[in-house]
Design a protein around this ligand. Structure first.
Ligand code: SAH
Length: 265
């Protein structure tokens, strides 16, 4: 049990034992931004939670669904503040499961898409804390969709890559641009706005034509949604001129052209 706060086996039922609960932790995907895009099951978990541990990308409106007295703990990154370290979040979840019957860990999008949800689940498992996963609608797919861009389309894109431009070691070095440039799949980048120029360059250096359609969707599915469309060669400059802000999804591929028909504007 590496790094685990528990000593020995703990019971995995939810009965009240000597003043504390051996409760359940629900890892809940909050959806991409629009609070109505949480799942029915996720919303129910939020409404029934005794404690909600939430991060920056989970829609604040969802917290209003919490019952009175629900403890709400913010563990996300605010500018100028330090993020709570992942190990501390893990430990917090295990601690809250002793205090409460139902603890919700509310995370933006889907729990297991770049949200370190897997690490939280593994830690809880190691500690013998029961947890349940309630998947969410990921921004990787819903972001483009709400901007009029289907990530697959018959005859145009038979699949998609979803990659992060941010990683533990050296960010872009790990991206297999060649595989992405050679295939016919849509390329979707999360956490990439600050590296848009390098991403575009990486794809073009790997052989993708500079004329390939590209889009950046900022604050997707919210009232602040902004979309910038260009080709690969100019997307970085255009997104800069439009002053797009994070969070943003980057989409590269022919499917972007479908926005002309499927987009709202
Ligand atoms: N688990 C999340 C992703 C977390 S990583 C999910 O499934 O959506 C954080 C990245 O997600 C951001 O940097 C951004 O690339 C993307 N993202 C999350 N919410 C977004 C939104 N409303 N609009 C655009 N991008 C978003």
């Amino acid at each position: 049990m590496p790094g685990c706060i528990w000593q020995g086996e703990l019971p995995v039922n939810q009965t009240k034992r000597k003043g504390f609960y051996m409760g359940t932790v629900y890892l809940v995907g909050a959806g991409p931004g629009d609070p109505e895009l949480i799942t029915v099951k996720g919303l129910k978990a939020v409404q029934e939670a005794d404690c909600i541990v939430y991060d920056r990308l989970a829609s604040p409106e969802l917290l209003r669904e919490a019952k009175p007295g629900c403890e709400q703990i913010y563990v996300g990154k605010a500018s100028h503040n330090h993020t709570m370290r992942q190990e501390e979040i893990n430990r917090l979840l295990a601690e809250k499961s002793r205090e409460y019957e139902k603890t919700v860990r509310l995370k933006g999008g889907d729990v297991y898409v770049f949200g370190r949800g897997g690490e939280e689940g593994m830690y809880l498992k190691d500690c013998g804390v029961p947890f349940e996963i309630i998947p969410g609608v990921t921004s990787a797919i819903a972001g483009p969709a709400c901007a009029g861009i289907p990530v697959t389309h018959r005859g145009i894109a038979s699949g998609f890559h979803v990659v992060t431009a941010h990683s533990q070691s050296d960010q872009l070095a790990e991206i297999d641009f060649r595989a992405m440039a050679e295939g016919k799949e849509t390329c979707i980048f999360l956490m990439g706005l600050g590296k848009l120029e390098e991403i575009a360059r990486g794809l073009m250096d790997a052989g993708m034509p500079g004329s390939t359609e590209a889009a950046v969707i900022s604050c997707a599915t919210t009232a602040r949604q902004q979309v910038c469309v260009s080709d690969l060669e100019h997307i970085s400059r255009k997104a800069g001129e439009a002053r797009l802000v994070s969070p943003a999804v980057i989409v590269v591929g022919q499917v972007v052209s479908l926005r002309e028909k499927l987009g709202a504007e």
